[in-house]
Design a binder for this molecule. Sequence first.
Ligand code: SF4
Length: 523
Amino acid sequence: MSTNTTSHSTMSSQTIVIKQADFIESIADSLQYISYYHPKDFVDAMNKAYEREESAAAKDAIAQILINSRMSAEGKRPLCQDTGIVTSFVKIGMSVQWDKTDMTVQEMVDEGVRRAYSNPDNPLRASIVSDPAGARKNTKDNTPSVVHIDMVAGNQVEVMIAAKGGGSENKSKMAMLNPSDDIAAWVEKTLPTMGAGWCPPGMLGIGIGGTAEKAAVMAKESLMDPVDIHELMERGAVTTEEKLRLDIFERANNLGIGAQGLGGLTTVLDVKIKSSPTHAASKPVVMIPNCAATRHVHFHLDGTGPVDLVPPSLSDWPEITREAGQNTHRVNLDTVTQAEIETWNSGDTLLLNGKMLTGRDAAHKRIQLLLDSGEGLPEGVDFTGKFIYYVGPVDPVGDEVVGPAGPTTATRMDKFTDMMLDQTGLMGMIGKSERGPETVASIKKHKAVYLMAVGGAAYLVSKAIKKSRVVAFEDLGMEAIYEFDVQDMPVTVAVDTHGVNAHETGPAIWKINIANAKQHNKP
Ligand code: SF4
């Protein structure tokens, strides 16, 4: 019998045989499972954050994340268009034998990844590129994955497996601190430098000690634990790690960064720490954030078959509806004028209708090459008076127009933005996370706008897309330029035509609000 419990491996030395086929099937099934089911503890923590949130923009962002989560569970389609890089921790009991030994553990995991990502009922986006320092060619099946193998006591195989989003992985930080340095102070100083590209609210995994690489692996493994900080608060911290978790949790949330970096009460849902003895001269620390699309599952194989992951009940998800607030404007992208966009203020909510073009890293790079060479844009691509959506959608299935299609990190497109605004007549951009100061200045200079969709609400966003067609660069796959026809696609004005930046003003206001509230509550 196989289980999905979190108990530790048995110490029994009785040899058991694990079938290669069962292991591969379990990997494939678990990756499909986590592509559309958030862990229940994560949904509960997100719902708690929703209930206590006072910032309207952050509350709406969390509502979208929760609605998206429920829709994904119902529709069995990915939570996010970035279906992640697969990372697993495989702990193999010393008494385990395999029925076949013609594949390594890495090869078996990769075969499971391959099957999961090409499942015709729910194809997942292949995001892995080989030759990372050179050609960066998509391997097409999301392999290879990252596998950490441990030989442990017992006669089971224990697997913790995650699909980690690139946006959050990119914000990982490492420091070799001095032994006397304060780790919580380092996190407090570092977190604001990570921007919103990691799609908060989420979790922080922190590895302390060992060596540089050991700290990184511990940070990642710590994120496999369930959200339980509120239980820790209730029972009180005893160990050094527990005290540090509470200290960092409070300091991180006092920063006021909030959901999607728009300013608010909750930036992190939990802080996880793993530590290991280290050299007397060293204090390695690695911090890895986990995003709104936190996806992981934990199971054991005991030789009686593949894992049987029980689907959660839909009653595990809160019933949340979004209401159009005071500053919500319905916009027709086919007729929108310069005068109209100049009436939008940073922080306003818009419901977009009509046609937009898409494009992300590779399309921008190619546009720049074409413009620099004097060749000009391909036929049918005209950005004049248009909006570009930074997205790389999942392939559709059945009668879907497009698969999950949430925004990608806009900051990566900063280096192309002045060129796009200057040379193509582009009116605005839609993405996630903050823009850099030079880009904000360029947006202001061109009287353009930057709109933010909620990272991690990809399935919800895809339902607003009523038509989709490729207009150029078809060879780029998910990075091609599409034309989307949308209906009531929700976005927030992040940078308005005056250059007012919600990612700066929001957190600044909420940092003060939180400090004032704490001051007020002091005895
Ligand atoms: S929620 Fe954000 S960081 Fe996470 S996978 Fe999706 S886009 Fe990437």
